[in-house]
Ligand binder design. Structure first.
Ligand code: MG
Length: 398
C-alpha cells in the first residue's frame, strides 16, 4: 500500500498545481491566432457545424481517415519487424501533436488548427520512411516527381474517399497550407494554398513540434537499439549536460529509466525555449492579426539562437550516428528495392493492380496512379505484396 502523506500536506501539494480552470480562463486566443471565422474555406463549400469549429472538423476527419490508421504500420526509422517498442509514423505523429497542444495553449494560438496540421503532416509518407520516398522519387523523375508533402495533399484532396459528393477529406485551406512545408509548383487538380508569405503561427508550431518530437524519440530509439550510447552524447550541447544530470540523479536507475528521463528533460528544455523565444518575438514584432504573422519577413515561432544551434548539432549527430549508421543504411537499401520492385512490376503489368487503381489512370496518368497506390501501402502490406508478386523479400532487420 502506498504510504500516506503527512497530515495537511496532501492538499498543499495539490494546491501548488496549476488549476485547470485558471488555465482555460487565461489562455484566450491571442490576436494573431487564426480562428475558423477567418478561414478562407474549403474547396467544396460546406455549412458550418452546430458546435465544432471548421478546424476541429478537419482534425476529426484526419483522425478518422484510412491514411491515418495506416501510419501505424509505416516506418519512422525502424521497421515494425525490429521490435514493438520503436516509434512508427503513428506514434511519432501523436507525440508531435501532443507537443503542439502544449505550445499552442501557452501561446494563445488555435489548438484545433495546429493539432489538425500536426496529425495530418505525415499522411503522405510512403512505406519504409524516407527510403521509400527516395525510391518513388527516382521512379517518378520523368513523370512529375514525388515527395511526401505533395503526396500528403493528394491524400487529403483526392485519394481518401469519404463523401458521395467530393473526393478527399475536403479540409480547410489553412490545414492544407500547414501540411505543405514549402512552396509547391507542381500540378495539382484542386487549388493549392497560397504560400507566398509566412505560414500561420499554428502551422509553424506544428512544424517545430514535429522536429522536437523526432529529435527526441530518435535519440531514444537509437539508444534503445544500442546504435548509440550515453557516453557518445556527452559532447552534444544541451543533451550532454542533461545526460550528466540524469546519471547523477539516478545512479542505480535502469537504462530505460535513464533514457526516458533524458528524453523528457530534453523535450521540456526545447519546448520551454521555443515558448520563451516566440514570446520575445511577439513582444518585438507585435503582430495584431494572423495576416500580420504572414506578412513578417521571417517565422515568428522560433528557438533562441543558442538552442537553434544546439538543435542543428543534435540533428547532425543523428544523421551521422543513426540515420547513416551502416546497419540502418543496409536496411534502407533493401527497403528501397521493395518499393522499386513493386512500382516496376505494376508498370509492366498494370492489369495486376486493383481495379479502382486502374480506373484512376485516365484522371491521373498510369505512373501517378501507381505511385499513389504504392505510396499508400503500409510496410507490412508492401512486404507481403512483394512476396506474393515478386518472391521472397529481402531481409529487413538490422
Ligand atoms: Mg513528421
Amino acid at each position: 500500500m502506498a504510504s500516506k502523506p503527512p497530515p495537511g500536506t496532501e492538499h498543499a501539494s495539490l494546491n501548488s498545481m496549476p488549476d485547470d480552470r485558471h488555465n482555460e480562463a487565461t489562455h484566450a486566443f491571442a490576436p494573431f491566432a487564426l480562428t475558423s471565422a477567418e478561414s478562407s474555406g474549403r474547396v467544396y463549400p460546406q455549412a458550418p457545424h452546430a458546435y465544432r469549429s471548421a478546424f476541429a472538423r478537419d482534425r476529426d476527419r484526419v483522425v478518422h481517415s484510412t491514411a491515418f490508421r495506416r501510419l501505424q504500420y509505416k516506418t519512422q526509422v525502424f521497421v515494425h519487424l525490429e521490435g514493438d517498442h520503436y516509434r512508427n509514423r503513428l506514434t511519432h505523429t501523436l507525440e508531435g501533436a501532443q507537443i503542439t497542444r502544449t505550445i499552442t495553449r501557452e501561446l494563445g494560438l488555435n489548438q484545433d488548427l495546429a493539432e489538425s496540421v500536426a496529425l495530418a503532416h505525415d499522411l503522405g509518407h510512403t512505406p519504409f520512411g524516407h527510403a521509400g520516398e527516395r525510391a518513388l522519387a527516382e521512379m517518378m523523375q520523368s513523370h512529375g516527381g514525388f515527395d511526401h508533402n505533395r503526396q500528403g495533399l493528394r491524400v487529403v484532396d483526392l485519394l481518401e474517399r469519404r463523401h458521395p459528393d467530393y473526393p478527399g477529406l475536403n479540409l480547410t485551406d489553412e490545414t492544407r497550407e500547414g501540411m505543405l512545408k514549402h512552396g509547391c509548383h507542381w500540378e495539382h487538380p484542386v487549388r493549392i494554398p497560397d504560400l507566398t508569405g509566412q505560414r500561420s503561427a499554428e502551422a509553424q508550431v506544428a512544424d517545430a513540434s514535429d522536429e522536437i518530437a523526432y529529435l527526441n524519440h530518435d535519440l531514444d530509439d537509437a539508444l534503445r537499439a544500442g546504435l548509440i550510447h550515453f557516453d557518445m552524447l556527452m559532447e552534444l550541447p544541451l543533451v550532454g549536460p542533461l545526460v550528466g544530470e540524469s546519471i547523477q540523479r539516478g545512479k542505480d536507475a535502469s537504462q530505460e529509466v535513464r533514457r526516458t528521463q533524458l528524453v523528457a528533460s530534453t523535450i521540456d528544455l526545447l519546448v520551454t525555449d521555443l515558448i520563451h523565444q516566440t514570446r520575445s518575438e511577439i513582444a518585438l514584432k507585435k503582430p495584431n492579426s494572423p495576416k500580420a504573422v504572414r506578412a513578417l519577413s521571417e517565422k515568428i515561432v522560433k528557438f533562441s539562437p543558442e538552442v537553434e544551434e544546439a538543435r542543428r548539432e543534435i540533428k547532425a549527430f543523428l544523421f551521422e550516428r543513426f540515420y547513416n549508421h551502416p546497419d540502418v543504411l543496409a536496411r534502407t537499401e533493401r527497403s528501397e528495392q521493395i518499393v522499386e520492385g513493386l512500382f516496376c512490376f505494376f508498370c509492366e503489368l498494370p492489369q495486376r493492380l486493383p481495379e479502382p487503381v486502374q480506373h484512376r489512370f485516365d484522371e491521373s496518368g498510369q505512373e501517378r496512379a501507381i505511385a499513389d497506390y504504392v505510396a499508400g501501402m503500409t510496410d507490412r502490406f508492401a512486404i507481403s505484396e512483394h512476396v506474393r508478386l515478386l518472391g521472397p523479400r529481402p531481409d529487413l532487420t538490422l
